[in-house]
Structure formats: C-alpha cells, structure tokens
Design a protein around this ligand. Sequence first.
Ligand SMILES: C[S@@+](CC[C@H](N)C(=O)[O-])C[C@H]1O[C@@H](n2cnc3c(N)ncnc32)[C@H](O)[C@@H]1O
Length: 198
Amino acid sequence: MNQRGATEHRRAALSGLSGKVIEIGAGEGSAFGLYPSSVTEVLAVEPDDELRRLAKAKAVSAPVPVRVVAGAAETIPAPNASADAVVTSLVLCSVEDQAAVLAEIRRVLRPGGALAYYEHVRSGHKVLAALQDLVTPAWQRLAGGCHPNRDTLQAISSAGFTIRENRRFGFSAGPLVPPVDHILGHAIWPGDRQGPGS
Ligand SMILES: C[S@@+](CC[C@H](N)C(=O)[O-])C[C@H]1O[C@@H](n2cnc3c(N)ncnc32)[C@H](O)[C@@H]1O
C-alpha cells in the first residue's frame, strides 16, 4: 500500500505543517519519517500496544522529535489549544463517533491550527456508496471498526473547520483491490466561534 502511493499521500498531508503536532492513531509510525523540518515536535497517540511498540522503534530515527504515548482520539492526552496541527491518517474511518473526535481535535488545536487529514471516504458514486452501506456492518467487525461509507469531509466541515485545500482521488491499496475514494488536505480550526456540540 505504501509503495503504491500511500507514502506520498501521507507526505502531501504533512507538507506545510509546523510547530507542535499531535498525530492521532499513529499506527506503526508510517508517517514519522515524512514530517517536514518545520515541525518542532510530534506527540503520537496510539491505543494499540503492539502498534505503539513498533511506532516507538520508528520514532528513534524520525527527522523530528516524536514522542509516542498510549491514548485515544476521544481523550487526547494534551492541554486545550496546545497544538499547531493535528494529523489523522486513515483513522477517522475507525473511530466510533466522528463528531466527538472532531470536537476533541478542536479542543487541542490552537485557533488557526490545522487538521491535516488523509482518509478513505464514502464513494461519490451512488451505487458504490449503497454497496458500501451494505458491507459496512460486516466490514466494521472484520477490520477494527473501519467504516468504508463515511462522508468524512462533510463531517470535518460540519464540525466547524474551514477546508483550506482538499484533494479527492481514487486509490487502490493492492493489486486486486478496487480503487476507493480518498481525501487529503488541511482544514483550519478558526477558533473564533463555538463549534457544534461545544
Ligand atoms: C488503518 S490504521 C492507520 C495507522 C496510521 N495512521 C497510518 O496511516 O498508517 C488505523 C489506526 O487507528 C488507530 N485507532 C483506531 N481507533 C482509534 C481511536 N479511537 N483513537 C485513536 N486511534 C485509533 C488504530 O489503532 C490504528 O493504529
């Protein structure tokens, strides 16, 4: 998957970030080597023990300081308004309640801070989207809670973020895997008004 383009997608999502970054659901740390030098520190939050162990090993050779900690997107272990950017890479598909997680991301972002996202999303094609609705209950159970049918860009907008740049494209994760719609971009938390649910 990384060789087919996911590494370049992650690099594009991280491009332009600076200062203090929180990466949620860092997995085995596939993004760590891709952070630009303008990033001064990364707090990488990962709930899974085994993935966190792998991530800690990768953090050692990252080009910027990365601290890997246990935690979840619903309760990010960071103070209010403490981050210049939050990164989600293939994570918002898996969290139970996207709106609650986006509210938690708003909490830790400073006003004007960025949510950098790279996510697979609901198909723009009606028939494919209906198929995704059909397979989601089974897929969720098989694939660690992953929902293939989520309109994550809409969720980000509805949470009060301003989409600054967004790319939408089909991406196939493997040779026999059909292309799935993905989004990649930055959304800004204006911080000058109450978000939904605040
Ligand atoms: C598909 S993997 C992506 C890993 C990594 N971000 C990447 O791009 O390779 C999904 C990750 O989200 C994490 N995850 C799932 N639910 C989560 C939650 N509620 N809070 C934080 N991370 C979560 C999983 O443990 C896993 O590391």
